[in-house]
Design a protein around this ligand. Structure first.
Ligand code: AMP
Length: 194
């Protein structure tokens, strides 16, 4: 089972991906988290991605895709997992399909979390991550609109896209997501309430 959590910055992808992964006992792969860890550790990857992350720009496709490819081939991500923050461009979505196909699997479902823009900005300013200043937030929303939103059509054409209203409390949104996954992925368990 491969579930993609999709949506603009600040819709709650990270929180919901974590809850979903916990509920099903599967892995949670966040490219943003992997980059933040690399930056903190001062690794070579961290140095390569630092300026992009801090300025709210996308890390180049080849670099992100190479990182994801390595992770998806290793434990625990070679098993069932929830992807959060990847893919964010059409080339990334195509690369993901190709590399999952080589492993004999594919994306089962894409959950598009939908939250109004005023609420997104409010949430991001509350979160207070280093890349959550008003200027960088605006930059990330613009990048989402230009480069990431087109990925929705890609998955809609594959019949894998399901939108979920993310403008509610964490538990309510979680239940909505589980309901949609349970309905559309034959192998998905309903799972215990967290
Ligand atoms: P996130 O934690 O998903 O909000 O990601 C934080 C930052 O990491 C983004 O603003 C980008 O700079 C970078 N990033 C994360 N995932 C990707 C991706 N799939 N493609 C390009 N850049 C990414």
């Amino acid at each position: 089972m491969v579930i993609v959590l999709f949506g603009a910055p600040g819709v709650g992808k990270g929180t919901q991906a974590q809850l979903l992964a916990q509920r099903y006992g599967i892995a949670h792969l966040s490219t943003g988290e992997a980059f933040r860890q690399a930056i903190e550790q001062g690794s070579e990857l961290g140095a390569a991605v630092q300026q992009y992350v801090h300025n709210g720009l996308l890390v180049p496709d080849e670099l992100v895709t190479a990182v994801v490819e390595a992770l998806l081939a290793s434990e625990p991500y070679r098993r069932d997992c929830v992807l959060d923050g990847f893919p964010r461009t059409l080339p990334q979505a195509e690369a993901l399909d190709a590399l999952l196909a080589r492993q004999g699997r594919g994306v089962d479902i894409v959950i598009n979390l939908v939250v109004p823009e005023e609420e997104i900005v409010r949430r991001l300013l509350l979160r207070g991550r280093p890349d959550d200043t008003e200027q960088v937030i605006r930059q990330r929303l613009a990048v989402y609109a230009e480069q990431t939103r087109p990925v929705l059509d890609y998955y809609a054409r594959q019949g894998k896209l399901h939108s979920v209203d993310g403008n509610a409390d964490i538990e309510t949104v979680h239940r909505r997501i589980v309901h949609v996954v349970f309905q559309h992925v034959p192998t998905a368990p309903n799972g215990p309430d967290p």
